[in-house]
Design a protein. Sequence first.
Length: 81
Amino acid sequence: MKSSGKKKAHLFGVAMPDDEHKRITQAEKFSIVGGSEEVHETMSEVAIKTFEKLKKKGKELEEVEPKELSDIIIENWNNLK
């Protein structure tokens, strides 16, 4: 079977929990697993803002360079602190 040649990408965030709760947030292009309630919410918000920024730039996750994606994530993380 031939692949369609289309790239697939998924952003995956993992945090170590500090309690007994299992937290999982899934969306079409990202998943967040673990973390305290606060960390999990922050990581989810960063992921959402990252995709909003990519949309404003007219880019999809599959086509953004790793460095640019990293810069966007770090910027969004720092803006939430």
